[in-house]
Design a protein around this ligand. Structure first.
Ligand code: ADP
Ligand code: ZN
Ligand code: ZN
Length: 683
């Protein structure tokens, strides 16, 4: 028989076994001196072996485990083909690491281990009576094939629609399973608890499991096995969950479908959202994408009739969306960090016992140190980036490589003792606010408390949950943070959100930057005024403040009117005129080398090879260029954009081209790494 093996090598390998093994069977096989786990694969054309070659036998068949089903194999094969990776690599990504280390006997023990009886199950949380909007949306989902784009603002009751659709599918079929994808690991506990309350009493303790990178290897294996054996009825997780084995898949939900974190940015660069769509369609499952600010790809797919759009315009339990105030920084003194009117608004909220959120997407104290005497800057010696000043630690840190150093006492170039910190980071905002609000008292007579939440303050185990708890219990009055605080959290006492310097995204060379900024600001706005009862009791009105040099910009104007459709219309028009996605399809070839010249030479040679391919017709190859972040950790990075009028044209070309790229690589030894990124999200 033909048993291709997955391994780090990533190629398909052949072994013998005394009986035919069904495809999808998990096996252990020898490779050199080692023994590795593999999956039996159906080889389309089992080539005759060259004479004299003797295959080694499969070492062990893990037959306690039901074979991975045909649908899962199709998913893996599709992902490998579409993202230009080997089947082995996708299998490797999809299976839990702990499974690779198990022998058949250990696996047997695990699968037949006595299940602990859990305490008596509490009564099922009653599903709420759906609103008229929710009823209509759920009916559409039940009656039509989809895929669906559920477009509804934060608090419009989308999650309730997911819960309802999942419940319907699970009740209709005792084998049915649901996959629910969320963008942020930090948001899984909240949603997991909601799904557990709803489904565990009815379907048992293992009915809902999570899959994300925060689990231990043992937990991940346990949850994966529960999904594979059908014991788990709902798998809730981050992007990696899309590759789980789910033999009964009937419903797929992708919440916050626009979120960039659904794209894996290393190794096999897959989009979990796109794979979820493919997988759902292949399995005949209902696919529901949900968002208040859908990706322009999905919005456009609705316009073309490829997805069915379902609208939920009203907020259920939350107050009205916040009123948006634009502060024109052109009319403020140059050094303004907080406009006086904004400070006043925050002050009033502290005095009333309400919370405010200040958003700045830059951590540290200041992005660069500068000597006014000789022009020295705190550049990272290894990257084309500045080292960021972290005042609390007295260190300069590069956010792109691990390099850091003590802050110099004087200019390392000319000895000038007055080095200046240019620009602002969250650390500085926290300090400035503490200074400016030092005399403001809360209703309980205590001084205002300004907290900060970003990657620097949430590194330790449990730090994030601890900080979130302090916000929820009201001991924090103003929270300064990066985009991690803007997403999903249900802060009940928050009534004001301010973005103090969002303009940078408008200068970005990445054409997706405005789309991302709009989604981020809408999501941040959704943190204010979530609890209508609290707002009424306070007599307060939710506000979103934006400090900008371009208040007349179409993006901010659309934001002021909470007008996602208007923003999308304008962006899609621009993209159509400029010939950008979703009107064209892209892939990037990236190459890294010691010098920019070496990195680009490889790309030039690759483009040269492409010219002989008939599949190049209609496909456009742009000249190689350095990445915006050109050098990281002493490696020069270059990229070359490929553009095609259709997905199929792009795929056809990439397939013809890939073997040539491997050959070119052999001739360019200076290249340390190269990769293809299909449907790249960062340009
Ligand atoms: P979204 O996912 O769109 O942000 P949710 O489903 O989380 O919205 O709903 C927002 C809030 O409204 C939640 O507190 C939820 O419990 C409540 N809610 C949703 N649907 C209903 C309903 N039909 N009746 C009462 N409360 C509801
Ligand atoms: Zn100097
Ligand atoms: Zn660096």
């Amino acid at each position: 028989m033909h048993t291709p093996l997955h391994s780090q090598v990533g190629s398909l390998l052949s072994y013998t076994h005394d009986q035919p093994l069904p495809a999808g069977t998990v096996v252990r096989v020898p490779l050199g001196q080692r023994e590795l786990m593999g999956v039996a694969w159906a080889a389309p054309h089992a080539a005759a072996l060259p004479p004299g070659v003797v295959l080694r036998p499969v070492a062990e068949v893990l037959d306690a485990l039901p074979p991975l089903d045909a649908a899962w194999q199709r998913l893996v094969a599709f992902a490998a083909r579409y993202y230009q990776r080997s089947v082995g690599e996708i299998v490797h990504t999809a299976l839990p690491p702990a499974l690779r280390k198990l022998t058949g006997e250990q696996l047997n023990r695990r699968l037949h281990a006595k299940k602990k009886p859990q305490v008596a199950t509490q009564d099922a949380e009653n599903s709420v009576a759906l609103t008229a909007e929710q009823v209509s949306v759920c009916q559409q989902i039940a009656q039509h094939p989809g895929p669906f784009l559920l477009y509804g603002s934060t608090g419009s009751g989308k999650t309730e629609v997911y819960l309802h659709s999942v419940a319907q599918a699970l009740q209709a079929d005792p084998q049915a399973q649901a996959l629910v994808l969320v963008p942020e690991i930090n948001l899984t506990p909240q949603l997991l608890a909601r799904f557990e309350r709803r489904f565990v009493p009815r379907f048992g303790p293992q009915a809902v499991v999570s899959l994300h990178s925060g689990l231990t290897e043992a937990q991940r294996l346990k949850h994966w096995l529960a999904a594979h054996t059908g014991q788990a009825r709902i798998v809730l997780g981050t992007r990696m969950a899309v590759l789980a084995s789910l033999p009964g898949l009937k419903v797929v939900v992708v919440d916050e479908e626009h979120d960039p974190s659904f794209k894996q940015e290393e190794g096999a660069r897959y989009s979990a959202r796109d794979l979820a769509l493919w997988r759902g369609r292949d399995a005949g499952a209902k696919v529901i994408l949900g968002s208040a600010t859908p990706s322009l790809e999905s919005w456009y797919a609705c316009q073309q009739g490829r997805y069915q759009r379902l609208d939920m315009p009203s907020r259920v339990a939350a107050a009205a969306l916040p009123a948006v105030h634009l502060v024109n920084l052109r009319q403020q003194p140059k050094s303004t960090v907080f406009a006086p009117a904004l400070l006043q608004a925050i002050t009033e909220r502290i005095q009333r016992g309400e919370q405010s959120l200040v958003l700045l997407n830059r951590r540290g104290f200041a992005p660069v140190l500068w000597c006014g005497n000789c022009g020295w800057k705190s550049d990272c010696p290894h990257c084309s980036a500045h080292q960021v000043f972290h005042k609390g630690e007295r260190r300069l840190r590069c956010h792109h490589c691990s390099a850091s150093q003590a802050v110099p006492r004087c200019c390392p170039q000319c000895g000038n003792p007055d080095i200046l910190a240019l620009g602002h980071g969250t650390e500085q905002l926290q300090e400035a606010l503490a200074q400016q609000l030092r005399n403001v008292l809360r209703p309980d007579g205590q001084p205002a408390r300004i907290a900060r939440m970003d990657a620097d303050t949430t590194q330790g185990a449990g730090q994030l949950q601890e900080q979130l708890a302090q916000i929820h219990d009201g001991s924090v009055d103003v929270l300064v943070g990066t985009q991690m605080v803007a997403k999903g959290h249900d802060f009940r006492r928050m009534t004001l959100v301010a973005a103090v310097a969002p303009d940078a995204a408008l200068m970005s060379s990445d054409f997706r930057a405005p789309e991302r900024l709009f989604a981020l600001l809408m999501q941040a706005a959704g943190r204010a005024g979530r609890d209508a009862a609290f707002m009424r009791q306070q007599g307060s009105q939710a506000q979103m403040w934006i400090q900008t040099h371009q208040p007349e910009h179409a993006l901010y104007q659309a934001l002021q009117h909470h007008d996602y459709p208007g923003f999308a219309r304008q962006q899609l028009q621009e993209r159509q005129q400029a010939g950008m996605p979703p009107f064209v399809f892209q892939a990037l070839v990236r190459s890294d080398a010691k010098t920019q010249d070496d990195a680009q030479k490889f790309l030039h040679a690759a483009a040269q090879q492409a010219r002989q391919l008939p599949a190049l017709a209609g496909v456009f190859i742009y000249p190689p260029i350095p990445l915006a972040m050109q050098r990281v950790a002493n490696v020069e990075r270059a990229q070359m954009l490929i553009e095609a009028p259709s997905r199929s044209a792009l795929q056809k070309f990439l397939h013809a081209w890939q073997p040539l790229l491997h050959q070119v690589r052999q001739q360019h030894r200076a290249v340390v790494r190269w990769l293809i990124d299909v449907d790249p999200q960062n340009l």
